[in-house]
Design a protein around this ligand. Structure first.
Ligand SMILES: Cc1cc2nc3c(=O)[nH]c(=O)nc-3n(C[C@H](O)[C@H](O)[C@H](O)COP(=O)(O)OP(=O)(O)OC[C@H]3O[C@@H](n4cnc5c(N)ncnc54)[C@H](O)[C@@H]3O)c2cc1C
Length: 405
């Protein structure tokens, strides 16, 4: 089977790219190792442990692609404020959407909800979808890429996009180099019921071992649910994972200084090792890397998939413009326009996360003083905070058309 463009990976980012190119006239095939089925949504079902804080820019992209109604009809929790504080000091900072005349800072949405809303749109489109199709081998064949899937099925296309996540098979098989290192952190994620309301606020406490986030969820009336991301050193993560539910809730409440009262219940816990990865190049002739296949960053600012949505929107824009000009889409000269627009932005975000993580893990007294004074100082600067809020909304820098108002 041959297509103009094959996207490997129908996760949140790959599916977004396919939909952004829906009316391009290109013959697109999107392949994924999973079943790509959409489960009926059950509002009574437990929350999925994996969630994302979707920025305003991501929301706009998903609205323009007709995906947002599918998310809103399922389950999404808007939040308008963010409170961050240093657990081993006195510094704190508070951000509010109202400071930039926005209604929300973003929405906390279960990854499964985003994924299902995207798949629903994909199933209704003319885009070719190949479920249960795991990429095993990849090589050049003339001007095309030749892909071999499980069970030996072969596909070919002159343009290939890797959207197959952090352990991208495309990236590995194409020999794309990466820079990577362990954060020496594992993230424990789960959903918890608290005694007190979350106040539509994203809460983050920096503990000595790493950040602990409580993110608001849209729970049933009268119940107060949050999604937690507890990043900590591996040995501590192992200990916390081994605790029974009651002991885990007690330790979690203590680590969070009981800001939302007692933690009354915790769902099934997942433990995810955190690793920073960045591809040295996002493109080569006939190939582009997007989303986690190109970069994975620490979840402390909840930016991973937001960067991925912007990658998808920018790559689609570059390809659409090139097609209008009659250029060959697989030329490196064309694909480099995507890399030039996205790499500096992604690198800046990764550097900021790295800096934050190091500053908050630093033990020497001068650094602890600096971060406490720094947080309080920035908290008093309305303009600096507004700048930060615009970053969090994803509205700073070179925005693709799909993310503009
Ligand atoms: C603890 C934690 C919390 C996070 N919180 C946030 C947050 O609040 N906000 C945020 O923006 N980001 C967050 N992230 C990051 C976010 O989850 C990722 O950036 C996002 O899931 C990446 O999406 P993707 O589509 O690029 O990759 P994936 O979601 O990994 O999708 C890859 C797809 O490729 C398919 N695939 C893989 N290999 C193959 C193959 N060989 N052949 C065919 N198909 C294949 C898979 O089946 C999958 O469907 C968090 C991450 C972690 C670890």
């Amino acid at each position: 089977m041959r297509a103009d463009l094959i996207i490997v990976g129908a996760g949140m980012v790959g599916s977004t790219l396919a939909l952004a190119l829906e009316h391009s006239g290109l013959d697109i095939l999107i392949v994924d190792g999973s079943s790509l089925s959409v489960a009926p949504f059950d509002a009574q079902a437990a929350f999925e442990p994996r969630v994302s804080a979707l920025s305003m820019a991501s929301q706009r992209i998903l609205e323009r692609l007709g995906v947002w109604p599918g998310i809103a009809a399922r389950r999404a929790c808007p939040y308008g404020e963010m409170r961050v504080w240093d657990g081993s000091g006195t510094g704190s900072i508070h951000f509010a959407a109202a400071s930039v005349h926005a209604q929300t800072l973003g929405h906390i949405v279960e990854n499964r909800v985003v994924q299902d809303a995207l798949l629903e749109r994909l199933h209704d489109s003319q885009i070719g979808l190949l479920p249960g199709a795991r990429l095993e081998q990849l090589r050049r064949s003339g001007d095309d890429w030749l892909l071999t899937l499980t069970e030996g099925r072969q596909l070919r296309a002159p343009l290939l996009v890797a959207a197959d996540g952090a352990n991208s098979a495309v990236r590995r098989l194409a020999g794309c180099a990466t820079r990577e290192w362990d954060y020496l952190h594992h993230a424990i994620v789960t959903s918890v019921r608290c005694e007190r309301p979350h106040q539509a606020t994203a809460w983050q406490r920096f503990t000595d071992d790493g950040p602990l986030a409580f993110l608001p969820l849209a729970g049933p009336a009268g119940e107060h649910w949050c999604s937690i991301v507890w990043s900590t050193i591996p040995v501590e993560a192992e200990r916390l994972m081994a605790l029974d539910d009651e002991a885990f809730c007690a330790e979690l409440g203590k680590a969070f200084e009981s800001r939302r009262g007692k933690v009354l219940h915790a769902d099934r816990r997942l433990c995810i090792p955190l690793r920073q990865r960045h591809a040295k190049r996002y493109v080569e002739p006939g190939l582009a890397l997007i989303g986690d296949a190109a970069h994975t960053i620490h979840p402390l600012a909840g930016q991973g998939v937001n960067l991925g949505f912007l990658d998808a929107a920018v790559l689609a824009e570059v390809l659409l413009h090139a097609a209008m000009r009659g250029e060959s889409l697989s030329e490196e000269r064309v694909l480099s326009r995507y890399e030039r627009r996205r790499m500096p932005h992604n690198l800046a975000m990764m550097a900021a996360m790295e800096g934050f993580q190091r500053l908050f893990q630093a033990d020497p007294l001068p650094l602890r003083l600096l971060r406490n004074v720094g947080l309080d100082l920035v908290d008093g600067q309305a303009e600096a905070k507004a700048l930060f809020v615009r970053q969090a909304l994803g509205l700073a820098g070179d925005l693709p058309e799909l993310a503009r108002a």
